[in-house]
Design a protein around this ligand. Structure first.
Ligand code: ZN
Length: 247
């Protein structure tokens, strides 16, 4: 079984489509595991929801998904994110809203737990500190955990009561071993923040021996098209400019 692991698409259809084409070119996938924040920031919420629903997939909710359906107060966001959440909320069709409302906060798929933020605060906590990582390891009941939210492609490992973090690179598929629990973030499809503007994602492959492999992938996309869509929509300009900076 091959899973395409995506997070933080954020209404960026050019990035989403580039990732789907790139994954096909790498041998394809049987299912998409989506880790939350399908909407927010970008200009194509409806087409991104439609695209994901066309694919065999399972998904969970992120904080931006909750903000556009009224489960989270957009006033908790910064100005640009709040403006995009309100803009998105006004444009969702009833069935798109219902799709987002039905997304759970946590899922379990085989050896993996899926959550957008962390296991102690599923849509809001950023897993970017050792205490946060240790708290999620303490609650984790499967060997592996997949998260999103920070938009950083990284892996947390756990040893002797300590947690260590490494940035993912795109060199080789990494073998998983259930004796070494890990928390992995695929990075963001639609708004990378690690200084690399290219869309970021993971491919999981459980064929062969052992507990499968994870491959981190980056793909260029038509960032100018995504920026133009944001500017033409009247969304805050900063949301367009940051895409080419990868920040
Ligand atoms: Zn996000």
């Amino acid at each position: 079984m091959r899973a395409l692991i995506l997070s933080d698409i954020h209404s960026n259809l050019p990035a989403f489509d580039a990732v789907l084409a790139d994954a096909e070119g790498r041998g394809g996938y049987d299912v998409v595991w989506f880790l939350g924040d399908l909407v927010g920031y970008g200009a194509d919420p409806g087409p991104c929801i439609a695209r994901l629903r066309e694919l065999p997939h399972v998904g969970i909710a992120g904080n931006h998904d909750h903000a556009v359906i009224g489960k989270l107060n957009p006033d908790l966001f910064n100005g640009a994110a709040r403006a995009a959440a309100l803009w998105t909320a006004q444009r969702l069709a009833d069935d798109e809203r219902e799709y987002l409302i039905a997304l759970p906060e946590v899922r379990w798929e085989g050896s993996f737990t899926h959550v957008h933020g962390s296991l102690r605060d599923p849509v809001m906590e950023y897993l970017i500190s050792e205490p946060a990582a240790l708290a999620t390891f303490a609650l984790l009941e499967t060997p592996f955990c997949l998260v999103g939210h920070s938009h950083y492609p990284l892996v947390w490992t756990e040893q002797d009561g300590r947690a260590e973090v490494f940035l993912l690179d795109t060199s080789e598929p990494v073998p998983l071993d259930r004796r070494q629990r890990v928390i992995v973030n695929p990075g963001s499809v639609g708004q990378p923040r690690d200084g690399d503007w290219r869309a970021s994602y993971l491919l999981y492959n459980d064929e062969g021996n052992g507990d499968g492999t994870l491959q981190h992938c980056r793909v260029e996309y038509d960032v100018a098209a995504a920026q133009k869509r944001i500017l033409d929509a009247g969304l805050p300009e900063s949301l367009a400019f940051r895409l080419s900076d990868g920040r």
